[in-house]
Write a protein that binds this ligand. Structure first.
Ligand code: SF4
Length: 198
């Protein structure tokens, strides 16, 4: 427990650095830094892409409809955002009009993401959506081919790409083989591995 307290303090130091960060142009258009959500823990971290409109307004990752769907997906196997998972993004500031992060923005912000990963050393890392996959994995394969598979991540973690909830909101079918059905298979597999760690 003492170890986690020290790490929470270290994360707070990184957050403080972020609050005044001007390393890329997004500092001019952001309303709030979106540093993290959920709870710091050693078990599971979810990495999304970049803050959207509501995240920028509230300073929290995964709020709005996509965030609500993420909470439902987690709850379907008994996970709670404020109990089981630490949530962050590849970028801490919102790209205007929710465009994809530019390579120079991702490079500038990478030290904060690396710090979050290296301080907590989570045993499971979920890469949520294409941008997170492209940032953490050296592959040309798309998310559809990668989702649901375990890869070795930083610090010998188990890392799995999963669909972004925004994508699931645009694909409403629950039929076998649909993105929502695949997400259901993936979250059950994540829960299985998480339980094994207890
Ligand atoms: S996106 Fe990252 S690097 Fe760019 S200003 Fe925000 S915190 Fe700094």
């Amino acid at each position: 427990m003492q170890e986690l307290e020290k790490e929470i303090e270290e994360l707070e130091n990184v957050r403080s650095k972020c609050l005044n960060c001007t390393k890329c142009g997004l500092c001019k258009t952001r309303t709030n830094i979106v540093f993290s959500g959920g709870v710091p823990n050693h078990k599971m971290m979810l990495i999304g892409e970049a803050p959207g409109y509501y995240e920028d307004m509230q300073g929290e990752p995964f709020v709005g409809k996509a965030g609500q769907l993420l909470d439902k997906i987690l709850a379907s196997v008994g996970f709670e955002r404020n109990k089981h998972i630490y949530i962050c993004n590849t970028l801490k500031c919102r790209p205007p009009e929710n465009r994809d992060p530019l390579p120079e923005e991702k490079a500038a912000c990478r030290e904060y993401l690396d710090a979050q990963i290296n301080i907590l050393k989570p045993r499971i890392i979920l890469l949520c959506g294409r941008v997170a996959v492209n940032s953490l994995m050296d592959t040309k394969l798309g998310i559809t081919k990668l989702r649901g598979r375990w890869f070795e991540g930083p610090n010998f973690s188990k890392m799995m790409p999963i669909f972004h909830p925004s994508y699931l909101l645009r694909n409403d079918s629950r039929e076998k083989g649909s993105p929502k059905w695949l997400m259901w298979q993936d979250i059950k597999e994540i829960k299985r591995v998480y339980e094994q760690m207890n």
